[in-house]
Write a protein of this length. Structure first.
Length: 213
């Protein structure tokens, strides 16, 4: 009995400390402080339509699952200078990422927006993503990729499977020599010209199954 009481108190205390670590407007999320003093924020079943307005310069990682968020905007990340990882999943109402959303997030290394409702990407979305190496947009409804979307990035792993892409613009990967992994499975592409990947000289893994070639 004493052991059970001790465990209960310990767990309760840890939960309280984690909540206290959360910035204002993120109290409903679970927050962990890493050894360097930066925060990792984890929000499950987040029921607000707006992105949580608590991403300060002390936040390194954000994970949001099963949310009602409808869009991502530049003001959501204006102070996110230390953010390295952004993961959003199972949020079908998320359909829009506004132009310039990630302009201030120069530390971002991974963006994962999966099982959401994205159907297009703005031309200037990649502006500021100079350190991005992983982009995972699988299980959305994306139909078109802007020609210059990857310019200025250093993406190594790109996951676009289970979307609605029916073609890739010529030269899309010309300025992405870092690309190693590309998943295009389960899209609507009728063809993929060899020239599209001609300059992707680091590519080692390519998935194309379940396209109507």
């Amino acid at each position: 009995m004493k052991l059970l009481v001790f465990i209960s108190v310990a767990l309760f205390g840890a939960s309280v400390r984690s909540n206290e670590d959360c910035p204002t407007a993120c109290e409903e999320c679970f927050c962990t402080e890493d050894p360097d003093g930066y925060l990792e924020i984890d929000c499950e079943d987040y029921r607000e339509e707006a992105f949580p307005q608590c991403i300060t310069h002390k936040v390194r990682s954000v994970s949001i699952t099963r949310s009602e968020i409808t869009k991502l905007s530049p003001q959501d990340f204006v102070n996110a200078t230390a953010l390295e990882v952004l993961r959003i999943s199972e949020s079908p109402r998320l359909t829009v990422i506004e132009d310039g959303t990630f302009e201030e997030t120069t530390s971002l290394q991974e963006i994962s927006i999966t099982n959401c409702g994205l159907y297009s990407l703005p031309d200037e979305l990649s502006r500021g993503l100079v350190n991005l190496t992983v982009l995972d947009l699988e299980h959305n409804a994306i139909k078109v990729l802007p020609y210059s979307w990857f310019d200025g990035t250093a993406i190594e792993n790109l996951y676009l499977d289970d979307n609605r892409l029916d073609f890739l613009p010529q030269g899309l990967f010309d300025n992405l020599p870092t690309l190693q992994i590309l998943n295009l499975e389960s899209n609507d592409m009728m063809e993929l010209p060899v020239s599209t990947l001609k300059k992707a000289t680091s590519l080692t893994h390519l998935w194309l199954s379940q396209n109507p070639f």
